[in-house]
Design a protein around this ligand. Structure first.
Ligand code: PHE
Length: 478
């Protein structure tokens, strides 16, 4: 294997565990807690979950290994690592174009991710105030917002969306927090955040799931999540959503895992860590479903609310649950922690690139990128109110009703991430030097190497291509 010297000043994680924790921190985020339950809810529950798990196991996990190995081999930013691997494989450095598409896609994701995380902050604010109120009233175990009617609780979300000012404020605070962590560096910022926030996150998640199991309708949730309707599972739209969700949730396609892999030490077994990260991320998504749906079903609400599930349905459910105020607050804190450890990975990709390219200090680069992400995110903020009837991509099939926010989410999640993942699979499976790649996998000599080779060279490109094609043009098969 050709080993590269790390670029001068290249930071590293302090241990293998730190790498895994940071990568799980990147993977586990709004994708698991907000997007997964909402996608599962609108795509028929069990059908979606089944396809999703297949997408993770057969496409996501192999690609995760491909991405981390590009980074670890290069020990540089995503673009430079891809260029280096192309050069050492006697391939055109134009292949690094994949890293550029990915970097842009992830930066765009960050702009709306911060807006959604801002909603989470808003709910932390209102539920925090609510907890103070219930404690002062001597009823700490009251339901959430017990002084309001259910309609008023549900009304909080439309009220928030109607207020550009509120959304701007919370979006600003979240973007600033992300910038702060990234500016402090890989070890001193990202790793520290992951080491503190992720364990707290897991404890809270388990506690809330147990609570949901005891006081919610667990049986209905299990039936909903695990009874697949096979006719439904094979619809192109379900396939496309599940694949897009797998990419989004595992932080794939954009280079976040290339960037984090670049800080991993040579003795990290990437085959093994890819398995751990994929399993942890999927486990969290399913546990999140088992925390959210029992609560939703127990009060007779429906699972198919879509993106408003977490911000409208769930608070309404907490309204009539015992200790709903406290649990509601804990829930939104948990979501915030998960979101922050993901958003820092989104910002790290472009920060590392500009630091390396222009030799400017990390703090300056992170601040500039943070400021511009705040500004671009304003487009998403305004798409809920002032620009609510803008349909920027109405000419594209499937985007007829998409506002700016939906357009950013849809184009990145359903098109750019899978597309860049497709190119990554072709690059690693066919173009890059085989010895070099195999030596980085940690699977050499074992039975999993040929399996991974088959998945990355054949199944990933073909499946991603077909799903992209039929997802975008469903009329081709109907
Ligand atoms: N995986 C993150 C989540 O589930 C989002 C993300 C996407 C992070 C792409 C980095 C890169 O919330």
């Amino acid at each position: 294997m050709v080993a590269n010297a790390a670029a001068a000043g290249q930071p590293h994680w302090s241990s293998k565990a730190a790498f895994v924790l940071a990568a799980v921190g990147s993977a586990v985020g709004l994708g698991n807690l907000w997007r997964f339950p909402s996608e599962a809810g609108v795509n028929g529950g069990g059908a979606f979950v089944l396809i999703y798990i297949l997408c993770v196991a057969l496409i996501g996990a192999p690609l995760l290994l491909a991405e981390t190995l590009i980074g670890r081999h290069g020990q540089r930013s995503t673009v430079a690592s891809a260029t280096l691997m192309a050069r050492q494989s006697n391939a055109s450095p134009a292949w690094a174009g994949l890293a550029v598409i990915g970097m842009i896609a992830n930066y765009v994701i960050l702009t709306f991710y911060s807006v959604v995380a801002g909603w989470v902050l808003y709910y932390i604010g209102t539920s925090g105030a609510d907890v103070v109120r219930t404690i002062m009233a001597g009823q700490p175990f009251a339901g959430a917002y017990s002084h309001l009617s259910v309609e008023e609780v549900r009304g909080q979300m439309p009220a928030l969306f109607a207020s550009p000012l509120q959304m701007t404020l919370t979006h600003f605070v979240f973007a600033a927090a992300t910038t702060f962590v990234v500016a402090r560096g890989v070890k001193g910022g990202i790793e520290v955040a992951a080491t503190w926030l992720m364990p707290t996150f897991f404890v809270l998640l388990v506690a809330i799931t147990i609570y949901a199991g005891i006081s919610g309708d667990f049986t209905a949730a299990v039936a909903f999540l695990f009874t697949p309707d096979f006719e439904r599972a094979l619809q192109p739209q379900v396939l496309n959503s599940a694949l897009g969700q797998a990419f989004f949730s595992l932080s794939l396609g954009g280079g976040a895992m290339v960037a984090y892999g670049a800080y991993a030490s040579r003795d990290t077994n990437l085959g093994q860590t890819s398995g751990i990260i994929s399993a942890a991320d999927t486990g969290v998504a399913i546990i999140a479903g088992l925390a959210i749906f029992p609560i939703v079903f127990s009060v007779g609400l429906t699972p198919d609310a879509g993106p408003t599930l977490m911000f409208q349905t769930l608070p309404a459910a907490f309204h009539s649950m015992p200790a709903g105020a406290l649990v509601g607050l804990a829930f939104f804190v948990l979501v915030l922690f998960a979101a922050l450890t993901s958003s820092v990975s989104l910002l790290e990709i472009s920060t590392a690139y500009f630091v390396e390219r222009f030799k400017i200090s990390r703090a300056v680069v992170a601040s500039l990128l943070g400021a511009s992400l705040f500004l671009i995110g304003m487009v998403s903020v305004l798409s809920f109110n002032v620009w609510a009837d803008h349909r920027p991509l109405a000419f594209l099939p499937g985007f007829e009703n998409a506002n700016w926010f939906d357009a950013f989410d849809g184009v990145t999640g359903k098109i750019l991430l899978p597309l860049s993942g497709l190119i990554t699979a072709v690059f690693v499976g066919w173009i890059a030097d085989r010895k070099l790649v195999d030596g980085e996998t940690g699977l050499a000599g074992g039975p999993l190497l040929p399996v991974w080779r088959f998945l990355i060279a054949w199944l990933c490109p073909i499946a991603v291509f077909l799903i992209l094609l039929f997802g975008l043009f469903p009329q081709l098969i109907s």
